[in-house]
Design a protein around this ligand. Structure first.
Ligand code: NAD
Length: 443
């Protein structure tokens, strides 16, 4: 099938590459000329495991191409996927300017039936706005062309995006059109062979499904962080509590890890946006507001522990930070807990020596020549001359480091672990003092 994707970010590029990989003829369009130039030159602008060979292979096979030409992009696909960003507005609601710009562009250039498929995460009611935007452009051109609008929210996880797209748990499609329904079924047929993963519903329910999923996951994290904070005050070990509750199949072990707060481009903005949507229909989303507020303070828990350890005297201290991306296997730094930590450390006069396996150039792009930031080539280099080590992201390579050498290198043998990677006994054998999240009174 002929498919156009607007937006070549994490979602758009993965969607385009995976659809091309099963044989569809895909054009990816982006307004960012530099991104498109890179893609045309065979470079992948983001770090996502497994994405590069798929993009290369399908581009070479002529099934995947990249352009900044809106008119050509609209002309190409019978299906027009919108996968552009929906960042938070000033008040936390989703900013729809990019989504609606694409809808208008489609209306400006289409010359026959199109299915406009919204893959971006958008508030309930956006399907109507997209329909109105397309229709307004057609009216302006004096044309009466048939088109359908579909909501097809994306559930992929950065870091595991290819597998999530290729083997989805579910494919949610919100539509009121039989024609669009059949086209979407055909598009996703190769991903839906083992058993039927397609869940059809109305557009509003599909739009809400995406927010509900992310809000539920964020709620699990904030809930566990609250239990972790309580554990510290009550002398309990949240890791034991986690295993204790996870064994109940109604709760399960997934997504109940305590830590230094959730980040990324989705949970923070989606929880906020859903709460603003609720406020917009005179409903106070008390649970969602609490989830957000627990997370905002959780992002400062590591700083508070470091500051407490050094008795508030952080001026001139050098802190090694391992892990900058908001989670492992991505270079995405949006809303990453590491940023809250580093910014608080700089404010307190401390210096940061940071290492991340993939997010170094993204950190460089965001903080440039920030005073008090040294980007280090290895995790060992980050320790040299440092007073303490803080771990923000659970990259695999941090799981079994050389503890003896950490103890010998740091001026104070202390590790603050925002992801509960180790056991206190293990570290104390090497002479290290260990602070984790929610693990008893000494925390
Ligand atoms: P992103 O910021 O990585 O990419 C968005 C891209 O859209 C950018 O390259 C930008 O240049 C491009 N763009 C902006 N305006 C455009 C236009 N008019 N025409 C063409 N391209 C345009 O965003 P993302 O992380 O891929 O997220 C996209 C959407 O998918 C968001 O709504 C997000 O909430 C949702 N989502 C993201 C994830 C994720 O893990 N990142 C997962 C599921 C859903």
């Amino acid at each position: 099938m002929k498919i156009t994707i607007f937006g070549t970010g994490y979602v758009g590029l993965v969607t385009g590459a995976c659809l091309a990989d099963v044989g569809h003829d895909v054009v990816c369009m982006d307004v960012d000329q530099a991104k498109i130039d890179k893609l045309i030159g065979g470079q992948i602008p983001i770090y996502e495991p497994g994405l590069e060979p798929i993009v290369k292979h399908n581009a070479e096979a002529g099934r995947l191409s990249f352009t900044t030409d809106t008119e050509a992009a609209v002309a190409h696909g019978e299906l027009q996927f919108i996968a552009v960003g929906t960042p938070p507005d000033e008040d936390g609601s989703a900013d729809l300017q990019y989504v609606l710009a694409v809808a208008r562009a489609i209306g400006q250039h289409m010359d026959g039936y199109k299915v406009v498929v919204d893959k971006s995460t958008v508030p309930v009611g956006t399907g109507d706005k997209v329909r109105d935007a397309v229709r307004a452009e057609l009216d302006r051109r004096g044309l009466e062309l048939d088109f359908d609008v579909v909501s097809n929210p994306e559930f992929l996880k950065e870091g595991a995006a290819i597998n999530d797209f290729m083997k989805p748990d579910r494919i949610v499609v919100g539509t009121d059109s039989d024609r669009a329904r059949e086209l979407l079924r055909e598009t996703y047929y190769p991903f839906n062979r083992n058993h039927d993963r397609m869940i059809f519903m109305d557009i509003r329910s599909a739009e809400l499904t995406k927010y509900a999923a992310n809000a539920m996951l964020a709620t699990k994290i904030s809930f566990m962080n609250e239990i972790a904070n309580l554990s510290e005050r009550l002398g309990a070990d949240v890791e034991a509590v986690r295993r204790g509750i996870g064994s109940d199949p109604r709760i399960g072990y997934h997504f109940i890890y305590p830590g230094c707060g959730y980040g990324g481009s989705c949970f923070p903005k989606d929880v906020q946006a859903l709460a603003r949507t609720a406020a917009g229909c005179d409903y106070e989303a008390r649970l969602l507001n609490a989830v957000e507020s627990v997370n905002l303070s959780q992002k400062y828990v590591l700083f508070d522990k470091v500051s407490h350890y050094f008795q508030g005297q952080l001026d001139g201290k050098v802190i090694a930070v391992w892990g900058l991306s908001f989670k492992p296997n991505t270079d995405d730094m949006r809303e990453a807990p590491s940023r809250a930590l580093m910014e608080a450390l700089w404010k307190a006069g401390a210096k940061v020596q940071a290492f991340d396996p993939e997010a170094m150039s993204e950190t460089q792009r965001i903080y440039g020549d920030q005073d008090g930031l040294t980007l280090c080539g290895t995790k060992e280099q980050a320790l040299k001359g440092a007073d303490a080590l803080v771990i923000c992201t659970e990259w695999k390579e941090f799981r079994s480091p050389d503890f003896a050498s950490i103890a010998a290198t740091l001026s104070e043998p202390v590790v603050f672990d925002g992801r509960n990677l180790y056991e206190a006994d293990m570290l104390s054998r090497h002479g290290l003092i260990y602070y984790a999240i929610g693990r008893g009174r000494n925390q």
